[in-house]
Design a protein. Structure first.
Length: 264
């Protein structure tokens, strides 16, 4: 492992391809990042608006992929400026779902780039909506052609999302790209889930490939009920005069109060 920092480099991640499976989580808070680092998660995915020095510190020795937001960035120059900024904060690579020419521009400028294959949520209309991609030989071969194009453009990895497991395995073993699999079976190089799914607090649709290990939704509901109860008790104390009590107030000596009153 490189000695210039304590976390894996792109070269390290590449060297792990075919040697061991990597774990990867999409996280949104420093608390999630820190917990993932403590748990030994290999790779974190964090979107650019949430990427800060505090997040870098919380991520510890995790390799971090920073997502550059498709649709908010438009031109290759937009992506280049954003990519250099997030790398200066301590990102280890950038996710880019834009055109091949943009992927190439980033790679040519020395930015490690991860792109996207299979179901790409921002472009799902081209593949029939939010469903698996690659279930026919023709559509699977189209993914393979996209893999080759990304290799030629200089990407080092790709998110491989909702692709049949045997198709994903064949693609992964034939490509130099590190495949970050999300709903792509055991043959991908990394297994990628959202922290909210792992914690059992999915905000929207829970995908088929998600697995929950805790029930944070119930815990959040319990905490919200406790929050309401505490606020109601505070209001009742204010209404009754029970709050504030003498223990919550700053005292003043009798003689100072008397002197103040005489001054008034």
């Amino acid at each position: 492992m490189s000695l210039y920092h304590a976390r894996p480099t792109v070269a390290d991640i590449r060297a792990m391809k075919g040697q061991r499976k990597l774990s990867m989580l999409f996280v949104e808070t420093p608390e999630e990042a820190a917990a993932a680092a403590d748990a030994g998660i290999d790779i974190l995915s964090i979107i650019d608006p949430l990427w800060t020095p505090d997040m870098r510190q919380a991520a510890g020795s995790c390799f971090v992929q920073v997502g550059l937001l498709y649709g908010q960035l438009i031109t290759a120059e937009d992506y280049l400026r954003a990519a250099h900024r997030v790398m200066q904060i301590g990102g280890d690579c950038c996710y880019c779902a834009s055109a091949l020419s943009t992927v190439k521009a980033l790679a040519d400028d020395g930015i490690p780039v991860v792109s996207h294959l299979g179901l790409i949520p921002s472009k799902a209309t081209w593949t029939g909506g939010f469903k698996a991609v690659g279930k026919t030989a023709d559509s699977a071969f189209a993914i393979w052609q996209q893999v080759q194009a990304l290799e030629a453009a200089g990407a080092f990895g790709a998110e491989l999302e909702v692709v049949p497991d045997r198709i994903a395995a064949e693609i992964s073993r034939r490509s130099s790209l590190v495949m970050f699999g999300m709903g792509a079976g055991a043959g991908a190089d990394a297994q990628y889930l959202f922290a909210e799914d792992v914690l059992g607090c999915t905000k929207q649709h829970r995908p088929r490939h998600a697995k929950s290990y805790r029930n944070f939704a119930a815990e959040y509901a319990r905490l919200q009920a406790e929050r309401r109860a505490a606020f109601a008790e505070f209001k009742a104390d204010v209404d009754s005069g029970a709050y504030p009590g003498t223990e919550h107030s700053v005292p003043v000596a009798d003689k100072e109060l008397e002197r103040f009153l005489s001054m008034l």
